[in-house]
Ligand binder design. Sequence first.
Ligand SMILES: Cc1cc2nc3c(=O)[nH]c(=O)nc-3n(C[C@H](O)[C@H](O)[C@H](O)COP(=O)(O)OP(=O)(O)OC[C@H]3O[C@@H](n4cnc5c(N)ncnc54)[C@H](O)[C@@H]3O)c2cc1C
Length: 311
Amino acid sequence: MPTLLAALSSRLDPARLRSSEPIAPYTTFRIGGPADVMFEARTADELAAAVLSARELGVPYFVLGLGANILVGDKGFRGLFIRNAAKHYRFEDTGRLWVESGAVIADLIKEAVHRGWSGLEHYVGIPSTAGGAVWQNLHFLSPAPERARTMFIEEVFESSEILSEEGNRRIVGRDYMRFGYDTSVLHTRRDVALTVTFQLERGDVDVMQRVMQENLSWRGSRHPWLEYHPSAGSIFKKIEGVGAGRLIDQCGLKGFRHGDAQISHMHANILLNLGRAKAAEVRELIRIAQAAVEVKFGHQLQPEIGFIGEF
Ligand SMILES: Cc1cc2nc3c(=O)[nH]c(=O)nc-3n(C[C@H](O)[C@H](O)[C@H](O)COP(=O)(O)OP(=O)(O)OC[C@H]3O[C@@H](n4cnc5c(N)ncnc54)[C@H](O)[C@@H]3O)c2cc1C
């Protein structure tokens, strides 16, 4: 894509533009063909500049966090893939935490707990940037032993500076975000979160450490380990009171394999890349699970992950 690269080189730092860059290594599934052009944004300003450049040039773009909730097609992405590596953050004495949207939640948890600020530790072990967390309203079950309710990142969200669909930068609050289960306004408007401000509370470091240990061991006993078994977490949306994974399991599909893609033995709502899985193989497994569940139970499984690029 020499023309697009040339057009972008005059607007963005050429040292961080790459053409025909494979996307797979930038996703937790480790799947996906090349992006025509990839740009690594290291500040919120660079992220905004990249998005505006793509809009002005009229080329498709995609803002990538940790790539933990997407499946990228084998043929890759036509246009500009913007990797959000804008990670600066700042704690205030009041518990406000301002972060650029590429900040990694795991890093923020470590720093917050170290400083005695509570609110993020529940999300330990979940791969996400701050932007990705807002995009889907990151959630996890409340602390052990009760685990009585689901906690959402919106509970500590205070505001966000967005680059709006219309192209202006402004600060928006919680109401604007229209948070829901696995969703926010970012699903329906082409706004980009440039920065996020969280409001944390004073917490007991020992209690936070305990929550983290319990959550990690809870996850470890139920979910395959990402370092060994690349995945995108849960593939299908929750079905209230039933559980998508349980339905797939009851169809006898745990461990079912298509090429190098497999329905996890541990959790049937998680599909794994056993090494060289293609996006097409994952899509086929998704289709097989959907068909089996529909025939046996009459439920239609809806994918939770985003399908990005050409398949
Ligand atoms: C092993 C594993 C376990 C998981 N467990 C959980 C869990 O317990 N709970 C849970 O809620 N999720 C879970 N997930 C899903 C995933 O972690 C979340 O969806 C996470 O928020 C994705 O963040 P990301 O930065 O990787 O976003 P990406 O996957 O890179 O992007 C996802 C979407 O967000 C958009 N986006 C990203 N940044 C921005 C931005 N700055 N502005 C606008 N849009 C943006 C992207 O364009 C894309 O559409 C899990 C995933 C894995 C792999």
